[in-house]
Write a protein that binds this ligand. Structure first.
Ligand SMILES: [Zn+2]
Ligand SMILES: [Zn+2]
Length: 104
C-alpha cells in the first residue's frame, strides 16, 4: 500500500469545462460537427435556390452562418442556413467563401 500525496490537478478553464460538458451531452458545437447537424435540422436542400442534394453531391451543400460568426453554433440551428456553393458565394459576394472552405 503506497499512499500518494496530493497531486497538482490542472483544472480546465471554465470555457473548456463547458465545452466538455456539452461534448458529454452530445451537444458538440465545434466546427467539425455543425454542418452535419445543420443538414439534419434543415435538410439536404439549398435554402436559396431549393436545389436538393444526395450523398454524391452533398459536398456542394455548405452551411452559412447567418450572423457571419462561425463560432456561433446554437444546437437548434437558428444561426445556420444550408446553401449550395453558388448561393453561398453569392451570399458573401466577395472572397469570404475561400476562407470558409479552407475550414475557417
Ligand atoms: Zn443554391
Ligand atoms: Zn456563409
Amino acid at each position: 500500500m503506497s499512499s500518494r500525496g496530493p497531486r497538482t490537478v490542472v483544472l480546465p478553464s471554465a470555457e473548456k469545462a463547458a465545452a466538455l460538458v456539452k461534448q458529454m451531452r452530445g451537444e458538440v458545437d465545434d466546427n467539425s460537427n455543425y454542418r452535419t447537424k445543420s443538414l439534419k435540422i434543415h435538410g439536404q436542400v439549398c435554402a436559396k435556390c431549393g436545389r436538393e442534394f444526395d450523398q454524391a453531391s452533398l459536398n456542394l451543400l455548405t452551411v452559412h452562418h447567418k450572423d457571419g460568426n462561425h463560432h456561433n453554433n446554437p444546437p437548434n440551428g437558428s444561426n445556420w442556413e444550408n446553401l449550395c456553393v453558388h448561393c453561398h458565394e453569392d451570399e458573401h459576394s466577395r472572397g469570404v467563401l475561400g476562407e470558409y472552405l479552407s475550414g475557417g
